[in-house]
Each structure stands twice: as C-alpha cells, then as structure tokens.
Design a protein around this ligand. Structure first.
Ligand code: GLN
Ligand code: ZN
Length: 764
C-alpha cells in the first residue's frame, strides 16, 4: 500500500468566489434556493475532482459549508436556539441563515440576533459560536454530512467526511445561562454522534475525520477525562469505522499522551506548529494506529521546504514503516488562497516560492512519492535550490534596516519622560477640557467613496481628482466635528480601504495577489498582503492627510497609524525569520512616521493594536515571550515621540483582564478600548491593577446602528468615575465608525458630546 496522502479540508469559496456571489444573490432573492444549492454542489464537485486528479488518497467531504462548519454542526446536532423558532425536523435554509446573520426586525424589538461570531483560534477565520442551555437536548437534524458523502460517491469519490469532534464542539461554544458546564452535555450529545457515524458507516464510509483542535489547549484533568470517556463511547458504538482524530494549530505538548490514549484508527498532527510533538508521538504510537503527518503549512503561502519535511517523514517511516503513514497539510486548506494559476502579476522569483491550496496538494503528493522513492531525486534537488536561491534574493534583505535594528537598545523603547511629566508638557500645547471627546479614527465609508477609489485604482480617475475628492471629504468631516464640539479631531481615514492594506501598499517588503482570497466569515473574504522581505518605508505614508486635516482647524487633529503587531497579524508572514523580527521592522518604519507626523505639527498620534490579543499563544506558559516582543514593538514604534506628543492606542476587545500588565506596559498616554457591550465590566479589572495613564472606555457600541441616549452615556461615564480618576477619563465610541451609516454616526456623536458637556457641568 505504501505511504498515502491525506487532506483535512479544501477552500469552499470557489476559485472565483462563486460561493460568495451565490449566497449574496440568494440573500437578495436574485436566485432561488435550488440555484444556490446547485452552485454549491458544483464547487464541491470541482474540489473533489481536483483532489482526486492530484492523487490525494483521503479526500474530505463535509468540509464544504454554505456559511460555516460550526454552524453546520449546530444544525446537524439540533443545537438551534429557541429564538429562531425552529420546531424540530430538518433545519431549513432560512433557519440556517437566520442563525448566521440574524433577522432584522422593527424597533423596539430589534429582530433576532444571530449566533455570536468569534475567531477560529488564531486564524483570521471567524466561526459561529454554538449556544447551550442547561436542558439542551440534541438530535440529528440535518443530513448534510450524509448527503455530501453520497454526493461524492455518486461522482466516483469515496470521501472522508469531516466533523467537528464532540469535545471541541462543546468546548468552543458558550453557556447561555449560569450554573452549569457545557461539557456536562456530553452524555446527551454522544448518542447523536454515534448515530451519525454509524449511518455514515452504513453508507460505506471507511474513514471519518473528527477535528479536535482543542487538544492543543491547556486542558484540566476533568476535560481530559471528558475526552477519554467520549472517544471510548464513540469507538464502541461504531467499531468498524476508521476514526481519524485531527489536532492542529499548535503543539499537543503535554496532551500527546491524551491524544494517543483516545481510541482511534489514525491521528493527525500539525507538524508545522507542533514539530516537537513528533518524537514523543512516535515513541508512544498505539500498535496498528496510523499517523497523518501535517508537514505542509495549511495557513501560509510559502513553498514547502522538502528537505525539512522529508526529515520528519523519514523519522516516522523509520519507526512505523510506510503503510501506516500519510502525508498531509498541517490543517484545513480553508485558510490558504486557492491557486497560483492566475497570479501572473507577481515577481517571478517570488511566485516560484509560493504555494496556495492547489499547489500545496501537489506538494503533499510529491512528498509522499519522494519519501517512497517513487519520484526521482531531482524534485528534491530543485526544491532545495529554489529555497537557496530565494534566501539570496537581494530584494528580501535590506542591510540598512538590519543595521538600524542592531542599533536598537533599551533607550529606544522608552519615552524620555515618565507619564506625569509628559502629561504636563502635553497640556501646554494641547489644551483639552475635562472628559475630552474624540473618535477612534474612521468615519462612514459610503458607496460613493468606494466607487471613487475603485475608479482611481482602475486608472479611470487621475491622482489629483482622487486626492481632491478625499480632501473634500476631510474638509466636511473637520467642519462637522467642530460643529458638534469634539475636542480631539480625526481626518476620517477616507484614503484607506483597510487599516492594514493601506500601510502594506506603501511599505517595501509587502506584495499583493490578484485573487488570493481567503474566507473570513460567511460570504466575506479577505486578501491579506504577503510580507516577503525586510520592511521599510520609502516615504511618509500618512503625513499628507493628517497635515492637510490639521491645516483646516485650530483644534488638534490626531494622526492615525496601524500598529506593528496588527499589520503582521493580518498579513501572510515570512517563515524565514521569527515574527518578532518582522514586527520590529514594521515598528521601525512606523517610528519614522511618528517623527514625520510630529515634524508636520501633529500633536497627538494614535497607533491601533486591535490584533494584539488575538496573537496570544494558546498555552499560557508561552504568553510571556509573545507579550514581551509585542509590547516592545509597540514601544519601538511609539517611543521616539517627544514628551509633548500625546501617544494614543486603541484596542477593540473588552476581555483584557489577563493581559492588563502588558497593556499598561505599552505606556500609551491615552488608551481607548471597547467597553460598552459589557456595560463597563472591564473596569473591574482596574480595581486591582489601576490603569495609570489616561483611558477612554468606549461608551457606545459601533457595531450596532442603535443611537445611544445622552442619559445612558452619562450613566456609563458615572460608572467609570467610580473606578477611575475623573481627570483620566476620555469620552469616545468603542471603535471606528467606518461601517456605520452617516445619520446614526452623527446622531450618536452628538449625544456623546452632549454627555461629555453634562459631565463637565457636574464635575468641572
Ligand atoms: N482607527 C481604526 C478605525 O477607526 C481602528 C479600527 C479597529 O480598531 N479595528 O477604523
Ligand atoms: Zn477597534
């Protein structure tokens, strides 16, 4: 039989984002449900044919989804919250999309909110969060996994159905009432899994893949017991079916023994993120069990290093022989763009070094063949040579950047004065009232603005025309901010389609694909930039717009930058140097920008780090190392500022009790954070660990069109006053206003300004 190839999942958006187009057309009722399902079936068929053609032995099914696989699982298992009015039976498309997107309704009832959405581990994919109640019952309510298996078979492919495993399914959900632990629902859940698995076996499935990414997390003794109990029960209920348990996104570490203790026919390892697991796994592999070696990075864009992969495969082969081994990508290819085929615009040397989903499957097959000596060694030689040649490409090495980084020492990571000193100097040049008001940066981006930008990109509009249009927007925005009496103004970020892309386009070392789309959630896809070389700034990036805005008003205008951690986190990163190094390079470029903004007369500069938290490693013991370089890179970017310049930062998440020390260590003069959705709950975190500098807890939720009342904002500010010194409190929304409509954005800001005035009257 020899070594086989295994794939965990293939992108489902279609090569030309057919799924996005089809679902959005269906939501607008431009196409019927039958048409939607037909187009979806075509994507699946293409994916299966492609994988079969590439010689993949274990081809996944049920990796497809009209919206999200966790949502599919909720519907499959009958975990549909009451508010969607589902009365049992098969879950229909309308209920399915209602859970994904909510149902709009008339005020004051406000319709039905969708399931919450959150990041899938540290990818940029978002899943829908299952909701559980104490009296939750499960039953098989969607036959999608069965149908897709049969569909594959009709097309001549015996697929391997993919399901989220029962423990991860519960663990990644959320209790919707207090007083119980969602893992306690396992006894009711497992029979439904058993039913599903035995039906699949009855249909002729030989393999089923159960994704258990939670195996890479810190698990309690109890959770480990849950895992063991669950898999023993599943195994017993479907003895003939071969279960493959898949872990990914990190090393198993202490959980190696646990995973191999779960009765299964095969285990999948992410050897890209968890290479250190290989030796202990090989030492403890249960007799007869098979191993899937995830040696190809499923979530980055680079060509595999065959020499390294073959080393790992070789070790496994030595121990286990070929017949029990499979070669695989590290995780589902969902997180990778689909194909390089259309990317003719990339520099040829770079293009040669890339591999998207299709190319990664080619590598998978090639590696298995090489490991079995079924392919001549010239492939390996060619791979080695291209890596070597790439390392010597002059474009990726900028000696002056590396030289500057070598000269960075502790003084570069430290403002000259301590906060109280800085504050005194800032007050002189930046007079602000008590409870100063500001916004987070972006203002509504209208369809007109997007159309104008599109025209400019297609060269149907000259640079002067485009820039004139942006300037006009800035003029109007400055005027309106003055009219409603905001204190620290912004220019509105109209020149940016995206807070990372904007900088990536202006920095050396980044490049862009033509069609490298990756699903972010539902029908939303993103095209992350690729960082391929040393990063440097050719010229100022934001000064033109900030200086223009400042020239229009006597009030201070805040400069607006995206921080080094966020730029890196939302891009495809280099694999030839650690992320900390890339972050330092970006930080250095931003540091120069801060200097140029200062020189242009900008007195306050905000450096956004909304992605700081999502970069946290999964294992707590690794947090320290990450936070150290994350904080250092922020400080490298910001600490070149003179004491007189007020440095702001912004983060949009409320749960930061556990990283509060790192946030304090950023030493921003003013921090604006999300707080309104949790009714300022985060203030509790400050009781033990008071935030020493100034802070703007977001006082209304920008993610909702709702307009907050003045009284409501005042109440929240009063609440903040009970925990924070009044002189430290800023008044701002909890994030940028880019996605809001003009009318509600301004109505909300007016109320915000009025609330600040009221507070000044009370306390001034
Ligand atoms: N300055 C950015 C904006 O206002 C911040 C966005 C964010 O935090 N995600 O759009
Ligand atoms: Zn934000």
């Amino acid at each position: 039989m020899g070594m086989r190839t295994n794939n965990l999942g293939f992108p489902r958006i279609g090569e030309n984002r057919e799924l996005k187009k089809a679902t959005e057309a269906f939501w607008k009722r431009d196409i019927t449900a039958a048409q939607l399902l037909q187009r979806a079936a075509r994507i699946r068929e293409n994916n299966w044919l492609l994988q079969a053609g590439m010689g993949i032995d274990l081809i996944p099914s049920n990796d497809f989804s009209l919206y999200d696989s966790m949502l599919d699982m909720c519907c499959t298992l009958g975990a549909v919250p009451d508010r969607f009015g589902w009365s049992g039976g098969a879950v229909g498309l309308d209920t399915y999309f209602a859970m994904a997107r909510g149902v709009e309704g008339a005020e004051p009832h406000g319709g039905t909110p969708p399931l919450e959405m959150t990041k899938w581990f540290d990818t940029n994919y978002h899943y829908l969060v299952p909701e559980f109640h104490r009296r939750q019952r499960f039953r098989l309510s969607l036959t999608k996994a069965l149908d897709e298996f049969e569909e594959g078979r009709r097309l001549g492919t015996l697929t391997k159905p993919v399901l989220i495993g029962p423990v991860s399914f519960l663990a990644l959900g959320k209790e919707k009432e207090g007083g119980f632990d969602r893992l306690s629902l396992l006894p009711d859940l497992l029979p439904v899994y058993s039913e599903l698995l035995s039906t699949l076996a009855g249909l002729g499935a030989q393999w089923v893949q159960l994704d258990e990414p939670c195996l890479i997390l810190d698990l309690t003794q109890e959770q480990k017991q849950d895992y063991l109990g669950a898999y023993r029960q599943l195994r017993e209920s479907v003895p003939g079916l071969r279960l493959m348990i898949a872990s990914y996104f990190g090393p198993l570490g202490d959980n190696v023994e646990l995973m191999l203790g779960l009765p299964a026919a095969a285990y999948h390892l992410d050897l890209v993120r968890g290479g250190e697991d290989l030796a202990p796994v090989l030492a403890a592999m249960p007799a007869g069990a098979e191993l899937s070696l995830g040696v190809i990075n499923g979530r980055n864009v680079w060509k595999n290093d065959y020499t390294r992969s073959l080393e790992a495969i070789g070790k496994a082969k030595e121990r286990m022989g070929s017949d029990r081994l499979m070669v695989a990508p590290s995780c589902s290819l969902l997180h990778s763009p689909i194909t390089l085929a259309g990317e003719t615009g990339l520099p040829p040397e770079l293009r040669k070094m890339l591999a998207f989903a299709v190319e990664k499957l080619g590598e998978t097959a090639e590696l298995a063949a090489l490991a079995e000596n079924r392919r001549d060694r010239s492939k390996l030689e060619a791979n080695r040579r291209s890596h070597q040649a790439w390392r010597q490409q002059p474009e990726i090495h900028q000696p002056q950047v590396q030289q500057r980084l070598r000269e960075i020492g502790a003084p570069h990571l430290q403002r000259s004065g301590a906060f109280p000193e800085r504050l005194a100097k800032q007050k002189e040049i930046l007079p602000l009232p008590l409870f100063p008001t500001t916004t987070i940066g972006s203002f509504p981006q209208t369809g007109e603005l997007r159309a104008v930008r599109q025209k400019f990109r297609q060269e149907k509009l000259s640079r002067e025309e485009y820039e004139g249009f942006i300037e006009e927007r800035i003029r109007q925005l400055i005027k309106r901010q003055e009219e409603i009496g905001l204190d620290l103004l912004v220019h509105g970020e109209f020149e940016r389609s995206d807070m990372v892309e904007y900088f990536a386009e202006l920095l050396d070392g980044f490049t862009f694909t033509a069609n490298g789309w990756v699903q972010s959630y539902g029908s939303r896809c993103v095209k992350p930039p690729i960082i391929y070389g040393d990063v440097q700034r050719a010229k100022p990036m934001t000064v033109r717009w900030s200086a223009y805005a400042q020239s229009l008003t006597d009030r201070p205008v805040k400069g607006m930058l995206t921080g080094p951690v966020t730029i890196q986190q939302w891009s495809f990163v280099r694999e030839d140097q650690p992320p900390s190094e890339t972050a330092r390079q970006i930080a250095l470029a931003l540091r120069d920008e801060v200097g140029d903004l200062e020189a242009a007369g900008i007195k306050a500069i905000q450096i956004d780090e909304p992605a700081l938290r999502e970069g946290l490693p999964f294992k707590k013991k690794e947090w320290g190392g990450y936070l150290q370089w994350a904080v250092d890179s922020f400080r490298l970017a910001s600490c070149g500022a003179r004491d007189e310049t007020q440095i702001h930062s912004h983060m949009c998440y409320a749960e930061f009790g556990d990283i509060i020390e790192a946030i304090i260590a950023l030493d921003a003069d003013v921090l604006s954070i999300e707080a309104s959705r949790s009714q300022m709950e985060l203030l509790a975190d400050f009781r033990d660990n008071p935030y020493p500098n100034h802070i703007g807890p977001g006082i209304y939720d920008v993610h909702s069109p709702r307009i907050p009342e003045v009284a409501e904002i005042v109440t929240l500010l009063e609440k903040a006053c009970r925990v924070l010194p009044k002189v430290n409190i800023w008044v701002n929304p909890d994030c940028g206003l880019k996605t809001r409509g003009e009318i509600e954005a301004w109505a909300s800001l007016k109320n915000m300004a009025a609330a600040a005035k009221e507070m000044r009257k009370r306390w001034g």
